[in-house]
Design a protein around this ligand. Structure first.
Ligand code: HEM
Length: 205
């Protein structure tokens, strides 16, 4: 059994995540480099915990190219170089996710794999559309091999038993995306504004 059925089992969750205001910013190309920098930095925190423990359990054996942390780091560094960004805001939701991975699922092969389904198979799927819409080089979604082949190979490790934890993962990401949207709106409210073309956070005159 491969993970083909997981799509159906988590369809509602996918719709909810896709509809969040923050992802709509990306789809409408209405995202500033700074907003994307905050997104990436929080993603890096979450992916690095997941990948560290998944590596320890050998989950990436045979599909090492799927790992994303190094590429996320490259995107973050690129935006820091280009715009002088530093010390990103860590959202409560990303912190919660990070602690959940470390404290609750770090030794659970099935649960970790369920999160890799949502994250990494997502990057190999919709991520391929998103990479054309984001600021910077989009290394997050670049793979050193054929995307379809890698996706099929990774899916062979997956089956329906991942569905429940995959839903937990989708819900945690949805929470993160909602909080991130609030944070970027607050930044504007508190006297900062960002524009899609300039990217640099500036004090309002
Ligand atoms: C801008 C928002 C998004 C768009 C436009 C989008 C689009 C897509 C598309 C078109 C596919 C199917 C691609 C294919 O058949 O190969 C897909 C699959 C997938 N997406 Fe998304 N997606 C979005 C957000 C997300 C998010 C936030 C997550 C995870 C939190 C996610 C996780 C997944 C997963 C796991 C799959 C694989 C489904 C499967 O075939 O089993 N997506 N997405």
């Amino acid at each position: 059994m491969t993970g083909d059925n997981l799509r159906k089992l988590t369809l509602e969750n996918h719709k909810n995540a896709e509809r969040t205001a923050f992802l709509r910013r990306i789809l409408k190309k209405n995202i500033t480099p700074y907003q994307y920098y905050l997104y990436l930095s929080n993603q890096f925190l979450m992916y690095s915990a997941l990948e560290y423990y998944a590596d320890k359990l050998g989950i990436f054996d045979g599909v090492e190219e799927v790992k994303r942390s190094c590429n996320l780091r490259k995107d973050i560094e690129e935006l820091e170089r280009e715009y002088g960004f530093e010390t990103p805001v860590v959202t409560d939701a990303a912190q919660e996710y990070y602690e959940y991975v470390i404290n609750d699922i770090s030794e659970d092969y099935v649960k970790l794999l369920a999160h890799l389904y949502v994250r990494h198979v997502g990057d190999l799927s919709g991520g391929q559309i998103i990479k054309k819409l984001v600021p910077g080089s989009g290394n997050h979604y670049e793979f050193d091999c054929d995307v379809e082949t890698l996706k099929q190979k990774f899916r062979k490790k997956m089956d329906d038993t991942l569905a429940d934890e995959a839903k937990v993962c989708f819900e945690m990401i949805e929470k993160f995306l909602k909080e991130l949207e609030t944070r970027v709106n607050d930044l504007e409210e508190f006297g900062y504004y960002t524009t899609p073309n300039r990217g640099i956070v500036q004090q309002k005159p």
